[in-house]
Ligand binder design. Structure first.
Ligand SMILES: *[C@@H]1O[C@H](CO)[C@@H](O)[C@H](O)[C@H]1NC(C)=O
Ligand SMILES: *[C@@H]1O[C@H](CO)[C@@H](O)[C@H](O)[C@H]1NC(C)=O
Length: 167
């Protein structure tokens, strides 16, 4: 049944206006015919926050090549999510998850990181090459894990300002 004065639509319209005023042009969207979902492309727009005024039926949101920080704290992640498509990411927060293992070169796809927070996970050991390629990393937080020792070459090639190892 059609309901032309739906309050949801009105709210959506208000949000759209607010978003358009606050954040410039909305991201282009089109139907992704393969996945049968509305795909909104906010890539490469210099965003520092995820836009609020997205179409309500957005099924796929592309956010690569922006200035976003990726914060995935307090989930139940047990493995590192795939980080491809985020080459400009500078800050990655994976604190308070359940990650027990990092593979060598785990952060190779996000080589511009300056800050990496792995606090409060279940890491027991780390491969020597865990942080390989992170030449710009300044701040590494490994506190509150189950680490008993660090491999000798772990910090080779890094120029950290701060390494957190408490707990
Ligand atoms: C998304 O937008 C960016 C920037 O305009 C463009 O380079 C890219 O090809 C688009 N991606 C898709 C899947 O449409
Ligand atoms: C984390 O992993 C442990 C051991 O596998 C499990 O007992 C616990 O429920 C997990 N925590 C969460 C939040 O998933």
């Amino acid at each position: 049944m059609l309901c032309p004065t739906s309050p949801h639509l009105a709210l959506l319209a208000l949000l759209s206006v607010a978003g358009a005023v606050g954040q410039g042009e909305p991201c282009p969207s089109k139907m992704n015919l393969i996945k049968d979902r509305l795909q909104v492309n906010c890539s490469g727009q210099g965003l520092s926050v995820v836009p609020l005024a997205l179409p309500r039926n957005t099924g796929i949101l592309l956010l690569s090549t922006n200035r976003l920080e990726l914060i995935l704290s307090h989930n139940a992640l047990e493995v590192l999510p795939t980080l491809q498509g985020l080459p400009a990411l500078t800050r990655l927060t994976l604190a308070h998850n359940n990650i027990s293992e990092l593979l060598p070169g785990a952060f190779r796809d996000v080589g511009k990181l300056t800050e990496l927070n792995l606090r409060g996970n279940q890491l027991r050991t780390l491969p020597e090459e865990a942080f390989e390629g992170l030449a710009g990393l300044k701040d590494l937080d490994l506190s509150d894990n189950a680490l008993e020792e660090l491999p000798q070459g772990l910090l080779a090639g890094l120029e950290l300002n701060t390494l957190w190892l408490s707990g």
